[in-house]
Design a protein around this ligand. Structure first.
Ligand code: PLP
Length: 374
């Protein structure tokens, strides 16, 4: 039976256990498997195979109608698996705005003779002949720039490059990169996919068999595997993805509108606002504008962050609890200051991750802290 996205969230990889009928499959924690208790032997060692991990992978692949998903111990580990595709002399071209940790990881690549260029991919462009991977983060962290995945994939594929979309900010609930023309969707499942700020994880979702061989081999060799308990938590969390995200998007819309009216805010950056430079593209490419909002505050950013009671001052995003952070001081501190400022990540920039609390409480909390921070 063909089922839709929200049904897959609950059912994929959650087949009732034969024998007991458990509606939640048991969590497999063993690191090794008895050869003669299996017929035929399929499981050897948990760095290679684990049934709880495979159940999560079946679920994540099904959400994008992909052949494969490979899960990792973190989003960074998933990114490192992509970078393992590059050989000396090859080039990665990345969209200009990426998560600070991604930037830091890219900065290690010149050691291996691999060049990383940043480009404004909001404008279609030809890619250089030695490009092997085109990396798109959309919406980007923290400035929420939107890149047209289809328009980027076309010239990238002309060069034979693999197009990877970091879909962490949108989650599969709002954007399906493979359907837009990408080859690989990358997730920090730590964020919306798991959704409760209680487990780290990463995933790559794709359909190409050669990529599957490369990613699973890299994961087994480097040991960047999530354990069974972590996979269970991600899989439990993803069942409510659509419910959480739809609430978060509604609340973020209300909060962005309130911030746009605030005398203490110089600029609100949110793809759902008509003034966002890629608002029409966001409407075309995503089924909702997301629940991350950035804004430039007129008062003291540190006073603001210390003054909120419901928005917790912490990095990360996409969980049920609302968070506030300063990219300059926190998530993007690995970037050299000059580069950060040139990219628009100024000291007055604040990033919000909107959770599932009552939006009226969240607006009151922010308004009070903005007033106190004047
Ligand atoms: N990609 C994006 C857009 C992120 O925001 C993050 C983390 O914040 C990552 C990747 C890395 O994920 P992880 O922290 O799970 O390693």
């Amino acid at each position: 039976m063909t089922v839709r996205f929200d049904t897959k969230l609950v059912h994929s990889g959650q087949e009732a256990e034969p024998g007991t009928g458990d509606v939640v499959p048991p969590v497999h924690v063993a690191t090794t498997y008895d050869r003669y208790a299996q017929d035929p032997p399929r499981y050897f060692y948990a760095r290679g195979e684990n049934p709880t991990r495979e159940a999560l992978e079946r679920c994540l692949a099904s959400l994008e109608d992909a052949r494969y998903a490979t899960v990792f111990s973190s989003g960074q580990a998933a990114a490192a698996a992509v970078l393992s595709l590059l050989s000396p002399g090859e080039r990665l071209v990345s969209s200009a705005g990426v998560y600070g940790g991604t930037y830091a990881l890219f900065s290690t690549m010149d050691r291996y003779g691999i060049r990383v260029d940043y480009a404004d991919l909001t404008r279609p462009r030809p890619f250089p002949p030695d490009v092997r991977v085109v990396w798109v983060e959309t919406p980007s962290n923290p400035l929420l720039t939107i890149v047209d995945v289809g328009e980027t994939a076309r010239p990238a594929h002309e060069r034979g490059a693999i197009v990877v979309v970091d879909n962490t900010f949108a989650s599969p609930a709002l954007q399906l990169p493979l359907r837009l023309g990408a080859d690989v969707s990358l997730y920090s499942t730590t964020k919306f996919v798991a959704g409760h700020a209680d487990v780290l994880g990463g995933a790559l979702v794709y359909s190409d068999a050669a990529l599957h061989e490369a990613f699973t081999r890299h994961r087994e060799l480097t040991g960047a595997v999530p354990g069974g308990l972590d996979c269970f938590l991600v899989h439990r969390g993803v069942k409510t993805l659509s419910l959480r995200v739809s609430r978060q998007v509604d609340s973020a819309g209300a909060i962005a509108a309130a911030l746009a009216e605030s005398p203490d805010v110089a600029e609100v950056i949110y793809p759902g606002l008509p003034g966002h430079p890629q608002h029409p593209l966001a409407r075309k490419q995503m089924s909702g504008p997301g629940s991350i909002i950035s804004f430039r505050c007129l008062g003291d950013p540190e006073k603001l962050m210390a003054g909120t009671r419901l928005f917790t001052c912490a990095v990360s995003l996409g969980g049920v609890r609302s968070l506030i952070e300063s990219p300059a001081l926190m998530t993007h501190r690995p970037m050299p200051r000059a580069r950060r400022l040139a990219a628009g990540i100024t000291d007055d920039l604040i990033r919000l991750s909107v959770g599932i609390e009552d939006p009226v409480d969240l607006i009151e909390d922010l308004t009070a802290a903005l007033e106190a921070g004047r």
